[in-house]
Design a binder for this molecule. Sequence first.
Ligand code: HXC
Length: 514
Amino acid sequence: MQKIIEKFERLRAEARLGGGPDRIEAQHARGKLTARECIEVLLDEGSFEELDMFVQHRCDEFGMGKKHIAGDGVVAGYGTINRRKVFVFAQDFTVFGGTMSESNTQKICKLMDMAMRTGAPVIGLNDSGGARIQEGVASLGGYGDIFQRNVMASGVIPQISAILGPCAGGAVYSPALTDFIMMVEENSYMFVTGPDVVKTVTHEDETAESLGGARIHSTKSGVAHFAFPNGMVLLTQLRRLLSFLPSNNRDKPPVVMTSDPPERQEHSLDYLIPDDPQKPYDMKELIDKVVDSHDFMEVHGGYAKNIIIGFGRMDGATVGIVANQPIVLAGCLDIDSSIKAARFVRFCDCFGIPIVTFVDVPGFMPGKTQELGGIIRHGAKLLYAYAECTVPKITVITRKAYGGAYDVMSSKHLRGDLNFAWPSAEIAVMGAKGASEIIFRSEINKAADPQALLKAKTDEYAERFANPFVAAQRGFLDDIIMPSSTRWRIIRGLKMLSDKQIDNPWKKHGNIPL
Ligand code: HXC
């Protein structure tokens, strides 16, 4: 027995070494952690239970029959983050470049099946050369099996992908199917075809960084939700992200004790809106002052900055926040911001996270680029997402809510549960000047002093419509609230709505304009 135990211990020790000391050193030299080190940082200390440590590939081609490393390049198992169960797999770049084989994709599938059965998030740490070329279609089949599971798990358990190294070719589609992608700057990239292929096909000179680095994906393409300077920061922030999320779609989001009084008044908010309606202000100040302990985790912070999305807590309970940002493109809705917010609204809806929407939107972004780019189709995504969403929805209009964008931004008409406005709100088809130019055009054209008449008509229109009272008279607003009391009014509303029950009509699934 002693010999058997010793053999097992030796095999375990070998497996833990992955590709061996030299490759571990090379990994460190690149500024990267190994798969096991990542898992150690990510999970609560001592909580990791590894599964399938002795799995090996079954490939005989190209000399692979002589090369076996226990675990086959993926470390997989379960453990806890802040004492809550999670499943995690990490591609080990030190073993065959972290490439995906028939065997190690089966490890991942087994893990995902277990996560689905037991209702816990799956975290994938990606650092891989992609499909193991020696295995050919066996590897592609393995990827396909993961994709299918990614889709089945979507909306059932949270799925989070960290990209800590290469992630190229069709391999990108597993992370792409998950809820959040986090990347590290400099050391990670994602692309469907790399710089060499791009050069051959389109003659463009690109680098891995310019085609698929963290910066480009978190600011331009929107593929990545977060970019962090290194793996340690990423893994710490991944723990933070999970602290906002429920474990599955039947679970409630965790409630965290807070010392921040729910009735806290923020008098500075009474002065947040500038007197000049054309002057912007930073919506993040409002969010920051309203959530518990100023703790707001912004998602997609570098992308489509004209809308803000992210997680905060109100009296300890998670909320998803969506807010127009007046300091970027005046807070207009455009293609990117509509898609960004729509996906976030749908995520919150999947996982029972109430949505708080702060509105200051002058409308949809005008322009040929937007029209030809399909703002009609993409704007409809956000409209669709809010309209189908059944979680508690609280809306606060701080200033402008113009035109179709008023309807889109979680209005009463899209089943907003509580719709508030600050006294500074202006709810109208458009701004007073634009409205006057249209409805009084012939009068103004005929006037002796057209500018003076336009100003008079603009003032008249503003007096009549640039306020929240017309909407409140119709019941489209439930109340007009003092900015300083926003936090308390939202918290009270959320408590009232905590048992909200509402079902959409039975259907296989809707047909969101993709
Ligand atoms: C088999 C691979 C491999 C692969 C890397 N390796 N990629 N083995 N299949 N796809 C091996 C290398 O031979 C090497 O083994 C070890 O991993 C480390 O790789 P290096 O090249 O030494 O490392 P580095 O210089 O850092 O370059 C990393 C890399 C490069 C950029 C990832 O290896 C690379 O370009 N690999 C090919 C990537 C690729 O084209 N993959 C297919 C993508 S398409 P030794 O033993 O020498 O150390 C795809 C389709 C998925 O993945 C489809 C899903 C549907």
